[in-house]
Design a protein around this ligand. Sequence first.
Ligand code: SAH
Length: 218
Amino acid sequence: MKDTFKHQGLRNRLVSVLKTKGVTDHAVLSAIREIPRHLFMDASFEDYAYQDIAFPIGAKQTISQPYTVGFQSQLLAIKPGEKILEIGTGSGYQTSILIHLGALVYTIERQQELFKKTQSLLPKLGFKPKYSCFGDGYKGLTQFSPFDKIIVTCGAPEVPKALLAQLQIGGKMVIPVGDKEQMMTLITRKSAKLFDKQLIEKCAFVPMLKDKSLKNFS
Ligand code: SAH
């Protein structure tokens, strides 16, 4: 699949839509303007790529809605060179936006099929995460911690303690918290023991699932 002028035009239009919804960070908008989202989806669905909607990507998962990707990225106020942990690689689109923003991205995906897909897709598109793995996001990546920022792209029933522990002091985590419906939550680590929590807005994500060895795997 190619990236054409038509796709570019559709992206410009998508950026205008996201601005009206409150995504105003220039670096984030320019990442969305430049990265061909349709290449992260099945070719037969490319017509949907530049609508502001989430869309199935296989393994019962979805590529996040562009607004959500933009809004979560904006909340983290990413600076080039920052170390970011992403939970839920999915299609790799959000991963690529973070890399475009200059972040060093460490990303975890729990569905092997999706992990394998992004392992081959991202380098082809010129995006290289610092580290990507098939694993359980509830555990984070202790060996690479602390992280300046953490982004969780699936709905977590509660904030995983392991992730709080892996956040740098002064660092931020954006995480949708809740079961069926979630609250976008921004956590700032003020000190070793003090975390500031801001509830931002309601949202809906696919669930953050437990380790595959546990009973409720689906
Ligand atoms: N950022 C992705 C969003 C994908 S949807 C994108 O824009 O494409 C959320 C992803 O989180 C799914 O791929 C799902 O498999 C993954 N996920 C769910 N629970 C997880 C866990 N415990 N650890 C890692 N990934 C998980």
